[in-house]
Ligand binder design. Structure first.
Ligand SMILES: Cc1cc2nc3c(=O)[nH]c(=O)nc-3n(C[C@H](O)[C@H](O)[C@H](O)COP(=O)(O)OP(=O)(O)OC[C@H]3O[C@@H](n4cnc5c(N)ncnc54)[C@H](O)[C@@H]3O)c2cc1C
Length: 505
């Protein structure tokens, strides 16, 4: 499919022109700034744009590329590659849908990566240096470092501020595995620069990033072995969701080694090897490239945080309270540098809260956020709110209502019936506490749950809300109907359910 925006190519220069123009000169500082933001990833950009919209004098400092991890080496490039892998797999399956026999298309890896680069450049346009400047934001492309509680440097410039937000993100931290440095490895920072498809790719770590890229590279044609030291993938997700993913990855041909630890790496005449142990049994895995998808650490070093009286921890990041304020009352933090939930939506949302708290009444608490997230494998695995185990830990009685996608008409007609919708309810009420969705488009379906939960809609009302038919999202309504079927007592109130839920004047 064509990229519609004009003038966008797949060259690195095109991206750099938007995110780090080579001939860039930092502006003359307009001290004091109302707000200085360090780091121009999703958190920093969101904060800068919101503050500028409010008419504040804003400086944004970025040491590398505007867009941060998400644009340059995270969400955007990974989803572009996942999309290409999905399309290629579906083309290979077309006989199932009535196509006559045809030669299976092979992967042109160069074309896949070129498409990814075009997409990255296109997305970069929305937050390009030019656009930031047009919004009145002073952009400094330099390393930032605090020199005092209200002063910092950006390259050779000395900037003073009333408020600051630290949004410096996180980076991959290689594990201490003997021999790994010698054989070399890829991380999320380097895998999107590959020019050739690895023949045999070893992926260390079965969290979201590892699973997404393991499946995508396998579908593109690599022989992928994924090694995870836990008994299941996605340790934060429910077992049934993680097991469906395991099955799907195995079906694709990913070699999965669960409960397995990488203890060493070596190179010999036979090539590169990962040395693994599972239940005391040693096994060597032959690889051409290794992707590390474990361990990320916050970017806190070199920032002069001590000079600004900002307390931090090298592993957990900057200490913030529930208002995102640091130990310096005029300095806030947002995004991966201070959050355990490392997602773009969380970074953006916290940045908005930080700006509001810094320039208004300190009343916006991050604990109130209900966070939806998704692992974009096939099927996708999405979650929002409480897991059952968390509810139990908090002694909240919980009951779950599950609809299998194989019972949803649209999932059947689409031939995409892997997965389920599971909604957790506070027992004895119809209050929704959380949901897990495993489906081809779970990342979209979970947003309906996000709206439902934010609006305080309960299962009884949800059961009555019309969905298009047939639709995969109807599985959400069907789970609510399952709730009604389970609650004979509430059925006595049946007439109330017939009331049109849309308020009318
Ligand atoms: C492969 C991959 C896939 C991902 N996929 C998803 C996804 O699908 N969905 C999702 O929600 N999240 C995803 N994430 C996570 C998401 O990318 C991060 O949560 C998000 O980028 C965090 O935003 P941030 O602004 O806090 O930090 P970052 O995006 O890391 O930006 C921080 C910026 O600060 C700059 N900086 C650091 N130190 C300094 C300094 N001293 N001076 C000046 N600048 C500095 C950095 O150069 C960087 O540009 C993915 C991550 C990876 C690695």
């Amino acid at each position: 499919m064509a990229i519609v925006a004009t003038g966008i190519s797949d060259s690195e220069d095109d991206l750099l022109h938007r995110v780090r123009p080579p001939d860039w000169r930092n502006p003359q500082p307009r001290n004091p700034y109302d707000l200085i933001i360090i780091g121009a990833g999703p958190a920093g950009l969101t904060a800068a744009e919101l503050a500028a919209r409010r008419g504040l004098r804003v400086a944004l400092i970025e040491r590398d590329r505007i867009g941060g991890n998400s644009l340059n080496s995270g969400s955007i490039p990974s989803k572009a590659i996942i999309r290409a892998a999905r399309v290629l797999v579906s083309l290979r399956d077309e006989e199932d849908f009535g196509a006559t026999a045809f030669d299976r298309p092979r992967t042109d890896f160069g074309a896949v990566m070129a498409r990814m680069r075009r997409i990255r450049s296109r997305v970069a346009e929305y937050h390009s240096v030019d656009r930031l400047c047009a919004r009145g934001i002073d952009v400094f492309l330099s390393d930032a470092r605090f020199e005092g509680p209200h002063v910092l440097t950006a390259g050779d410039s000395r900037l003073t501020f009333k408020k600051a937000i630290i949004a410096t993100g996180a980076r991959p931290e290689p594990p201490n595995v003997p021999g790994l440095e010698q054989i070399g490895y890829l991380t999320s920072d380097s895998i999107f620069q590959l020019n050739a498809l690895p023949k045999r790719l070893g992926v260390i770590g079965g969290g979201p990033l590892g699973c997404e890229l393991a499946q995508a590279f396998c579908r593109l044609g690599s022989q992928v072995t994924i090694v995870q030291n836990d008994p299941k993938f996605l340790p934060h997700e429910d077992r049934d969701a993680a097991e469906l993913l395991s099955l799907s990855m195995s079906r694709d041909g990913v070699i999965t080694r669960l409960n397995t630890t990488v203890v060493g790496a070596r190179r010999d005449d036979g090539g590169k090897w990962l040395e693994t142990v599972s239940d005391g049994v040693k096994l060597d895995v032959a690889v051409d490239d290794v992707l590390l998808s474990i361990g990320r650490v916050p970017n806190v070093e070199g920032l002069g945080l001590e000079a600004a009286d900002v307390q931090f921890d090298a592993n957990l990041g900057i200490h913030v309270d529930e208002f995102l304020q640091t130990t310096n009352v005029d300095v806030y933090a947002a995004g991966d540098v201070c959050q355990p939930d490392q997602f773009t939506n969380v970074a953006q949302s916290c940045a908005r809260l930080a700006v509001r708290n810094a320039f208004g009444a300190r009343e916006h608490r991050q604990g109130r956020l209900t966070i939806p997230w998704c692992t974009y494998c096939d099927p996708e695995i999405a979650h929002i709110g409480l897991h059952v185990r968390e509810a139990r830990r908090q002694s909240i009685p919980v009951k779950s209502f599950t609809v299998m996608m194989q019972d949803v008409d649209r999932a059947i007609t689409d031939g995409l019936d892997d997965g389920f919708v599971k909604i957790h309810v506070r027992e004895g009420t119809d209050q929704i506490l959380g949901a897990t969705i495993v489906a081809t488009r779970a990342g979209e379906l979970i947003n309906e749950m996000s709206v439902i939960m934010s609006a305080g809609i309960g299962m009884r009302r949800l059961a009555e809300i019309l969905h298009t038919y047939p639709a995969q999202s109807d599985a959400i309504r069907m789970a609510a109907v399952a709730y009604l079927d389970d609650e004979p007592v509430l059925l006595d109130d049946q007439p109330a359910l017939l009331v049109d839920p849309v308020p009318r004047d």
